[in-house]
Design a protein around this ligand. Structure first.
Ligand code: ADP
Ligand code: MG
Length: 729
């Protein structure tokens, strides 16, 4: 069996870079080729239709059936010209990733043949079978079917030979069954709330956009090596494997040249992304061996998120072309950095102002301070929710480990901003009066931007950092749908801004001058929420103790972290912002718990199987070789001498016996724990049982397997080792 390991290692080792098919045109020419963007709409739609669609996109209004029919006809014409044969509603179910149901364009022509048809009805609405997607009981409580509907703010695109139409996915009773629907609601809510606050400063602001620039980290593994690791294939991570003698300590990977096979992959990926209108800008090495990152130019959040989901599927495909498998799991390898997906997030007005960027004038800076302080307050109030929004069985391996954001949400503001906020917080009402006077806001912000850009990004241990003109939510997992984090963050900030406006308006009504009222509330907010700010080392034990004292959410059990979604203030916040109803929140949590359970359940099964069928037999075989050897020694040498010569082997035999015994025992108890947990009906209780009583066995069993890996003849070890998985490329 270990033959397989050597065969695949050899295969992987001898691979050459796959040549990239470079297009003949410039990137600016093929950019967006497969996207039905405004340019294509203009070309393929009648003028009236084009105008109606643009109108609908810009004002988020629905399309009439007539317009839809006309759009569908134009879209079909374009798609057929591009060689598409199928179409699908492309949506984001509550499992991560996307779902599609491909239908051919063909319809009966009534003469025994077919025509290629695509009506407005099919464009606007379809009915995928909701029962095949997780819905947390919504299906049972309400109407059975769900439908998908075109999100016209995200353009249709062609992937392979399929026209993909980005859609929301909703139950017939109106509950969202996906990520896109609540994301659009959260974006709408933050737009309204932020626009209202912007009007204090500039009456011309009519829209506030939320922007997202994600940084996608991933690992590449040679496909042959991957295929020889059932744990990678089935769970996305290695459930066993002793640390390689060398891993990332030299940090030579980060600064090293990109390996040629990987470079070919990256170039190919970039070309594919550009054709799909994904503005990928950088591809580079990451800290861990065989770990890389790809990041685009930021876009409006809904589109950026669609693009991230699309990227993840394109990556998988392109990787295959290059004989790689891409690992999007947050923690594929123990002892090596995990993968995240930093969410760079900001708000900007339709007048072109980035609201988290310091300005030049007094008024601009008051607006800047207003917005970052409201973000601070939102993150403070909803820190538990934000943590829940990025928590999953897979990201759970990353958070709290000594390399990724800790399992406590805090904000890193950077020295300059912290000083400004501290100064503001301490100011007396007289100071406030002076500050808002003609002399302007004396906060010394004017010279900050340049310093900020250089200094803000240094604290890598912070899960939520201010980075000069945006916030960077770093705790998001590499495999996640960013929407989860973006829904929570945008909704929380929307709700906070609503509250801020109410407080300021109340002061104005009571007779305070506008700027004074704003400054007063800003000052109060800093004092109320400064406990969320932490600029120190987020991995330290002192911080854990301190965070506990400050009342921040310190829970580490993923199923319990999910409870945050159902806490009173969170439910109210989501209701106030019209993002989720209590019913939806309950149902979605059921799904979260269910998925958590299933992930651990699968890992437990795979590990049990690998331990008993792959590792135990090999270890036993090796042990028996040693036993043989001891027998031979004993038959050849006199007793005293043979005792001495065989000591070494005897010790190893005993150690192997110990590990074998423990592995078998622990696999047995793990199976029993699973049986008990499986009987639990309540999804929450079941997930907790899996977390508390099943998951710990995974680590324990692994410990003993990893010890065996160090003892057993390398020639016999069946699974590709870490040094092979991480260093062959
Ligand atoms: P890093 O130094 O953290 O690796 P980069 O400078 O490469 O990051 O930028 C990371 C991401 O942040 C990119 O996607 C970039 O487009 C995005 N970004 C930059 N400015 C903003 C902003 N104002 N709002 C949202 N995203 C932004
Ligand atoms: Mg970054």
């Amino acid at each position: 069996m270990s033959m397989l390991r050597f065969k695949v290692t050899k295969e992987a080792f001898s691979r050459k870079a796959v040549p990239v098919n470079y297009p003949n045109e410039r990137p600016s020419e093929y950019y967006g080729r497969y996207v039905f963007n405004r340019e294509k709409m203009f070309k393929y739609l009648p003028k009236k239709t084009y105008e109606a669609v643009i109108q609908a996109i810009d004002n988020s209004t629905p399309l009439s059936r007539e317009v839809a029919d006309s759009v569908a006809a134009g879209m079909r014409k374009w798609a057929l010209e591009m060689g598409a044969t199928h179409y699908t509603h492309w949506f984001q179910p509550l499992t991560d990733g996307t779902a599609e149901k491909h239908d051919a364009f063909i319809e009966h022509d009534g003469k025994g043949g077919v025509v290629e048809e695509f009506s407005g009805k099919l464009l606007i609405q379809q009915e995928p079978d909701a029962s095949s997607f997780p819905n947390g009981g919504i299906r049972n409580t309400f109407e059975a079917r769900g439908y998908s509907a075109w999100d016209i703010s995200s353009p249709a695109f062609i992937l392979d030979k399929t026209l993909c139409i980005p859609t929301v996915f909703i139950s017939y009773t109106g509950e969202s069954l996906d990520y896109k629907t609540p994301l659009l609601k959260a974006l709408n809510s933050v737009n309204k709330a932020a626009t209202a606050v912007c009007k204090y400063f500039d009456k011309n602001v009519n829209h506030v956009y939320s922007y997202l620039g994600w940084e996608q980290e991933y690992f590449l593994v040679d496909e042959s090596l991957y295929a020889a690791r059932p744990d990678l294939v089935l769970t996305g991570r290695t459930l066993m494997g002793h640390e390689s003698a060398k891993n990332q300590q030299l940090e030579d990977h980060y600064f090293g040249a990109i390996p040629s096979r990987v470079e070919a992959f990256m170039q190919d990926l970039e070309i594919e992304c550009h054709k799909l209108g994904i503005p990928v800008k950088t591809c580079h090495n990451e800290v861990a061996p065989n770990q890389f990152e790809v990041a685009p130019i930021f876009e409006e959040t809904n589109l950026a998120n669609d693009h991230n989901l699309l990227l993840m599927s394109v990556m998988r495909e392109v990787a295959r072309r290059h004989n790689f498998r891409v690992l999007l799991h947050e923690k594929p390898f123990k002892g090596v950095n995990g993968s995240g997906k930093h969410n760079n997030w900001s708000l900007g007005t339709d007048t072109g102002v980035l609201l988290f960027a310091p300005g030049k004038t007094h008024k601009e800076n008051l607006q800047f301070i207003t917005f970052i302080v409201n973000v601070m307050a939102a993150v403070y109030k909803y820190n538990g929710l934000l943590k829940a929004s990025i928590s999953s069985a897979t990201n759970g391996h990353r958070l709290g480990a000594n390399e990724a954001p800790p399992a406590i949400i805090s904000i890193f503001m950077g020295k300059q901003i912290s000083e400004v906020l501290a100064k503001l917080a301490k100011s007396t009402s007289e100071d406030v009066l002076n500050m808002s006077g003609k002399a302007g806001l004396k906060l010394d912000i004017a010279q900050i931007p340049e310093i900020l850009m250089d200094n803000t990004d240094r604290n890598r241990t912070s899960p939520f950092a201010f980075t000069g003109n945006r916030f960077e939510f770093r705790a998001v997992g590499s495999s996640a749908n960013c929407a989860s984090a973006m829904i929570a963050l945008n909704a929380a900030v929307a709700s906070q801004l609503q509250e801020f406006k109410e407080r300021v308006d109340a002061l104005i009504v009571a007779g305070k001058e506008k700027e004074q009222a704003i400054l007063t509330v800003v000052k109060e907010l800093i004092n109320e929420s400064k406990d969320i700010c932490f600029d120190g080392n987020g991995y330290s034990d002192e911080w854990k103790a301190e965070a506990e004292r400050r009342g921040l959410d310190c829970e580490t059990s993923v199923p319990l972290i999910f409870d945050n979604y159902l806490k009173d203030d969170v439910v109210k916040m989501f209701e106030r912002t019209h993002v989720f109803t209590p019913v939806e929140l309950q149902a979605r949590n059921e799904v979260k718990w269910e998925i958590y359970t299933k992930k651990i359940q699968i890992e437990a099964r795979v590990l049990g199987d690998l331990a008993i069928n792959h590792i135990v037999p090999v270890a036993t075989r090796y042990q028996s070789l040693l036993l043989d050897n001891v027998f031979k020694i004993k038959s050849l040498f006199p007793a005293e001498k043979s005792e001495q010569i065989a000591t070494q082997d005897m010790e190893v035999i005993e150690k192997i016996a110990h590990h074998l015994l423990t592995i078998k025992e622990k696999v047995h108890t793990m199976v029993e724990a699973r049986k008990v947990a499986n009987k639990i009906e309540n999804e929450r209780e079941k997930a907790i049982a899996y977390h508390d009583t099943v998951a710990p066995h995974l680590d324990e069993i692994r410990y003993h397997i990893d010890k065996l890996e160090l003892m057993i003849d390398n020639e016999m070890w069946p699974l590709p080792k870490y040094r092979e998985l991480l260093f062959i490329r």
